[in-house]
Design a protein around this ligand. Structure first.
Ligand code: Q9C
Ligand code: ZN
Length: 337
C-alpha cells in the first residue's frame, strides 16, 4: 500500500478553538499524523511517499476561486499569528463582492475552530496534493492507497472552511477520479462530512454515503440528517446514516453494513473513503464507542467490495490511541487484499 505523507503539515498548529464562547486547546494537532505515519510505516507492504504536485485547477474545480484566493490573502494579512473567523455576516461566500476583512472572515468560514495564518494556504495545498497523489496511484491500477491528509477536509464546503478543514481533500480526489467513471465517497469519520455532501449534492456521478454521530447532538449540527438525499440530478445520490451517541461495535455494525451494501449497489468504479478514527471509544470528542479491533473489521468489509479505493485521513484525536487504531485499520485492508 502506498501511503502519502504531506510533511508540510508540521507547519500547521492552530493554538486554540472556541466552542460556545469557551477557548480550548486545539484538538487537531501535528502529533496525530506523526503517530499514524509511524505505526503504518512498520506494516509489511506499506511504502511511504511524499505528495507530487498537481495543477491547482484540481482544487478550483471543487472550491470557489474567490474562496481559494481568500485563504491565501487572509493568511498573508495574518502573518504568523492565527486569525479567527468573525460571526458576521453569515453567507455562502460564493461570488461575494464584500471586501471588508472582518466581514470576509464571516463569509468564508462557518465556525471558530478553523483559524488562518500565513502557513494555512500552503499546508492545505499540500494536504490536497497528498489526496490527489493517492488518487493517481489508484488510477494507475493499484487497489488501494492512503493519503495522510492534514489538515483534514470533509467539513470544507465549496466556499467555506470549518471543522478544522480548509480544502476538501476527499472531494478533490473524488472529483479527479470522476473523470474516469462513477465514484462513491464513503465517510466513516464520526462527524458528518457536510462539505463533501455540499460539494456533490447536485451531482449523480459521485455518490456520497455518510455514517456519523447524530448531528442533533454533535458537530456540525446543521447537516447530516436522513432527509438530506440530494437535489436535481443528484437526488438519491446522497445518503446519511446518523447514529445515536454512545453506541458500540455490535449496534454500529448493521448500520455500517447497510451503508456498505448501498455502495456495492451503486457499482462505482472508484471508492474514496474519508477515514476518521474519532468514532473510537477513547476519542475525546467523538461520542461513539467503537473498539480498536472493529476498525480492522470495517477495513475488511470495505476491501471486500473489490473497488479500487483511496483512503483519505480525516479526524481522530486521541493521540495515545492513533497508532493502534491506524495499525488495525490498515492491516485489515492488507489482510483482505
Ligand atoms: N472542543 C474533524 O473531525 N468540535 N473535525 C470540537 C470540542 C469540532 C471535527 C468541540 C469538531 C470538528 C475533521
Ligand atoms: Zn471527525
Amino acid at each position: 500500500m502506498i501511503v502519502v505523507y504531506p510533511s508540510r503539515h508540521l507547519r500547521h498548529h492552530p493554538p486554540s478553538e472556541i466552542f460556545n464562547g469557551v477557548v480550548e486547546p486545539h484538538a487537531e494537532v501535528p502529533e496525530r499524523i506523526e503517530h499514524i505515519k509511524a505505526s503504518v510505516s512498520n506494516i509489511a507492504g506499506v511504502r511511504i511517499v511524499l505528495p507530487k504536485h498537481f495543477p491547482l485547477s484540481w482544487i478550483e474545480q471543487v472550491h470557489d476561486s474567490g474562496y481559494v484566493s481568500y485563504l491565501a490573502e487572509a493568511g498573508r494579512l495574518s502573518g504568523n499569528a492565527y486569525t479567527y473567523p468573525s460571526v458576521f455576516p453569515y453567507g455562502s461566500g460564493e461570488n461575494s463582492s464584500i471586501t471588508n476583512e472582518i466581514a470576509r472572515r464571516g463569509i468564508y468560514g462557518f465556525d471558530l475552530y478553523t483559524p488562518v495564518s500565513n502557513t494555512t494556504y500552503y499546508v492545505a495545498c499540500a494536504s490536497a496534493m497528498a489526496a490527489l497523489t493517492a488518487a493517481s496511484v489508484v488510477r494507475r491500477g493499484e487497489m488501494v492507497s492512503y493519503a495522510l491528509c492534514r489538515p483534514p477536509g470533509h467539513h470544507a464546503e465549496r466556499s467555506r472552511m470549518g471543522g478544522y478543514c480548509y480544502f476538501n481533500n476527499a472531494a478533490i480526489a473524488a472529483n479527479y477520479l470522476s473523470r474516469q467513471g462513477k465514484v462513491a465517497v464513503f465517510d466513516i469519520d464520526v462527524h458528518h462530512g457536510n462539505g463533501t455532501q455540499h460539494i456533490f449534492y447536485e451531482r449523480d456521478d459521485v455518490m456520497v454515503v455518510n455514517i456519523h454521530a447524530d448531528p442533533t447532538y454533535k458537530f456540525p449540527f446543521f447537516s447530516g440528517f436522513e432527509h438530506e438525499i440530494g437535489v436535481g440530478k443528484g437526488k438519491l445520490f446522497n445518503k446519511n446514516y446518523p447514529i445515536p451517541l454512545g453506541i458500540s461495535d455490535e449496534e454500529y455494525h448493521p448500520v455500517f453494513m447497510a451503508a456498505v451494501k448501498r455502495i456495492r449497489e451503486s457499482a462505482p468504479q472508484y471508492l474514496v473513503v474519508s477515514v476518521g478514527y474519532d468514532a473510537h471509544v477513547n476519542d475525546p470528542i467523538g461520542g461513539l464507542r467503537l473498539s480498536t479491533a472493529y476498525y480492522h473489521r470495517m477495513a475488511t468489509a470495505i476491501a471486500s467490495l473489490h473497488i479500487p479505493t483511496v483512503l483519505v485521513q480525516e479526524g481522530g484525536y486521541n493521540t495515545g490511541e492513533l497508532r493502534s487504531v491506524a495499525q488495525s485499520f490498515v492491516s485489515g485492508f492488507l489482510d483482505a487484499n
